[in-house]
Each structure stands twice: as structure tokens, then as C-alpha cells.
Design a protein around this ligand. Structure first.
Ligand code: XMP
Length: 363
């Protein structure tokens, strides 16, 4: 065994968003011609590389419809009964697609994914007939008992199955080898804007690091499983950065929260408008008791792994997505690439050692 000093000295760099930037590269095409088509899972393609997170202040039917209409996809949260979730799947399916960019199933209806616990075979049976993809929604997927129950669900369905969350190459290699069929990977642990998992437990895997680890695992497995980067993504640049590290799409909680399509009401405080945004491990989200198994059952009293609060109201999600898409194209262009796939191949990344001070301007 190494000495403890060697163990410490061999600590890996688990880079986070603020540690990195994209280096500029030679660009041959106009920003508006940059292609941002991608894959969400093995059988679901997207025109917009954005996925709305399965959180109860972000994705219900209205958000899932708007995401699919605008070329992305929504993952319905699971803090509700299977019957309520199925009703929302049907609401999405009954909505007539009206945009040429819409994400649709083989019958031309809007596509939708649903979150579920990897232990919940009953819910899987209810949802699997009508939803396009099942996403296992737990904070730490790579455990013996979860792999065992996940395998039963995977064997029971022909729909795309996305596993997560995962943070290391070993997590991905072992999970994929054990399960056989995996159609998507959700990666990044503890990096979400409302997460306090890493503060409380000291465990986690920052999203840029987790993405690079997962992408290396996928390459080593000689597979093409799409990677969804999740947690802490705030700007278009963060999205372009995870593409450079091997991600195929970006999952957003905070980035889409506070829009008209989120569940919840607008609150006015001191003349400013706000909406609620909360972690699925927060006290409020846990009160319904349907998502408590997202986090480890330690046998003792549950502790909070997320926070809740108000964030500024942002207007319509279509506007947020449009701005995000054009800024992502700009980022890709700066990095000298022409598509998400070229970002993975060509974009160069730098470590940041300091930032230029911004001028202090009175506004
Ligand atoms: P952003 O930064 O987009 O992150 O708001 C959203 C992601 O955060 C995860 N999530 C949580 N993680 N405690 C956690 O540790 C929580 O209460 C919590 N709720 C959500 C989740 O992966 C989501 O997509």
C-alpha cells in the first residue's frame, strides 16, 4: 500500500467549471451555421442539446411539451404517483407538435422521458408502454443493490433506459458491463446549484470531471452511449465546455427554473417577481415522501441534501432556450468547431490561473 502521504499527493484534479476555459480556435463557418443536433439516448435525437431536469419545480407536462417543441426533451419528475406521471406522459403525447424542430417519436408525437427509482418495477411497467425513455433517478447509482434491481427493469422494457447519476470511469465501466444494455448516462454528482450533498458528505464528482471520466469509459467500452452532463451548468459556455469533454447533451435545473412552464406560482417581493426552485433532497421536496429513495438509506434520521428558495422569474422557456442555443453556437465557434461532435474532437481546454478583473462601472 502507498503511504498516506503518497495517497494525498496522488489526489486527482476533479476540475469544475470555474477551473477551466475553452481556448479559441480557427473557425471556418459562420456561428449561425453551427450544428447543435445531438443524441439524448440511443434512439432519441435532439435538435437542441438541452434536457430539463426531473425536479418538481422544473419538469411537469407543460415543461416537457415546451422542451420537445423546441427540439430538446423533458424528463418528468417522480415526486408524484405513477398514475399522475402517466397522465402527464399522455398530456405530452396528446399535444400536437407545431415546430419543425420538435423532438418526436416514430408516430410523430412529442417525445418525453420519465424519472423513476431503479427499484420501482411497478412504476416502470406503468410508464414503459407510453413514455419514450426511462431515466433512473438516484444520487448514487453505482451500488450492488441498485444494479440488481435496475437489471430487472431493463430486462422488462424495450424503451431507452438512462442510468445515473455517476461520477467516475469505474462507475460507468462496471455499471454498463453488469447491466448489458444501457442507452444513456447521466453524469455529475453533487454539482447542482441547489445541492448540498458535497458540503454534507464530502463526496461528489464535479460535472466537467465526471463527463471526461464517463466519455473515457464509453470509448474504452467501444460503445456509443450518449452522455448527459448534469449539475452546475449555468451558461452556454459551460455547455460548450462539457461538449469538449465528451458530453452529448446538457441537463438543466437552475437554467430553466423560474420560467412560465415550471410548476408553481409567481411571487412578488418588493416589486420583483420570483418563482420557487428547490433540490429534490430538500426538506420541502422530501415531505411528499416519494423521492426519499433518491438518496442513501442510512437507517438513521434523514438529513437534507438540497436547499430551497426563490429565484427571479425568467418569462417563457422558449425564449430562454433560443438565447441559450445561439450562445452555445457562439461558444462552439470561438472554440473553432462546427458542431457538438467537432467540439469533442478539436476543442482545446485551458486551466484558469486567475481572472481579469472587471471594471467597476456604476450602473
Ligand atoms: P442545476 O445546477 O442545474 O442542477 O440546478 C440540477 C441537478 O442537481 C441535482 N439535484 C440535487 N443534487 N441534492 C443534490 O445533491 C438535491 O437536493 C438535488 N436536487 C437536484 C440533479 O442531478 C439535478 O438534475
Amino acid at each position: 500500500m502507498d503511504s498516506f502521504t503518497e495517497k494525498l499527493e496522488r489526489a486527482v484534479f476533479a476540475f469544475n467549471f470555474d477551473d477551466l476555459m475553452l481556448l479559441p480556435g480557427f473557425s471556418e463557418i459562420r456561428s449561425s451555421d453551427i450544428r447543435i443536433e445531438t443524441r439524448f439516448s440511443a434512439h432519441i435525437s435532439l435538435k437542441t442539446p438541452l434536457v430539463s431536469s426531473p425536479m418538481d419545480t422544473v419538469t411537469e407536462a407543460k415543461m416537457a411539451i415546451a422542451m420537445a417543441e423546441n427540439g430538446g426533451i423533458g424528463v418528468l419528475h417522480r415526486n408524484m404517483t405513477p398514475e399522475e406521471q402517466l397522465r402527464m406522459v399522455r398530456e405530452v403525447k396528446e399535444h400536437e407538435p407545431s415546430s419543425k424542430n420538435a423532438t418526436v417519436d416514430k408516430d410523430g408525437r412529442l417525445a418525453v422521458a420519465t424519472a423513476l427509482a431503479p427499484t420501482d418495477l411497478d412504476r416502470a411497467k406503468v410508464l414503459s408502454k407510453e413514455a419514450d425513455a426511462l431515466l433512473f433517478d438516484v444520487a448514487h447509482f453505482h451500488t450492488k443493490s441498485i444494479l440488481e434491481s435496475a437489471k430487472k427493469i431493463i430486462d422488462s422494457t424495450d424503451k431507452d433506459v438512462i442510468i445515473g447519476s455517476m461520477g467516475t470511469k469505474e462507475d460507468v465501466m462496471h455499471s454498463v458491463k453488469t447491466l448489458g444494455r444501457v442507452d444513456g448516462l447521466r453524469v455529475g454528482i453533487g454539482g447542482g446549484s441547489i445541492c448540498i450533498t458535497t458540503d454534507v458528505t464530502k463526496a461528489g464528482s464535479p460535472t466537467p470531471f465526471a463527463v471526461s471520466q464517463a466519455a473515457d469509459a464509453v470509448a474504452e467500452l467501444d460503445s456509443k452511449i450518449p452522455i448527459i452532463a448534469d449539475g452546475g451548468i449555468r451558461t452556454a459556455g459551460d455547455i460548450a465546455l462539457v461538449f469538449a469533454l465528451g458530453a452529448d447533451s446538457a441537463m438543466l435545473g437552475f437554467g430553466l427554473a423560474g420560467t412560465d412552464e415550471c410548476p408553481g406560482e409567481i411571487t412578488t417581493l418588493d416589486g420583483k417577481q420570483y418563482m420557487e426552485y428547490r433540490g429534490m433532497g430538500s426538506k420541502g421536496a422530501r415531505e411528499k415522501r416519494l423521492v426519499n429513495d433518491r438518496y442513501a438509506d442510512t437507517g438513521g434520521k434523514k438529513f437534507d441534501e438540497g436547499i430551497e428558495g426563490l429565484i427571479p422569474y425568467k418569462g417563457s422557456v422558449a425564449d430562454v432556450i433560443n438565447v441559450m442555443n445561439s450562445a452555445v453556437r457562439a461558444s462552439i465557434s470561438y472554440a473553432g468547431a462546427g458542431s457538438i461532435q467537432e467540439m469533442a474532437q478539436n476543442a482545446r481546454i485551458a486551466r484558469v490561473t486567475g481572472r481579469t478583473a472587471k471594471a467597476e462601472i456604476k450602473r
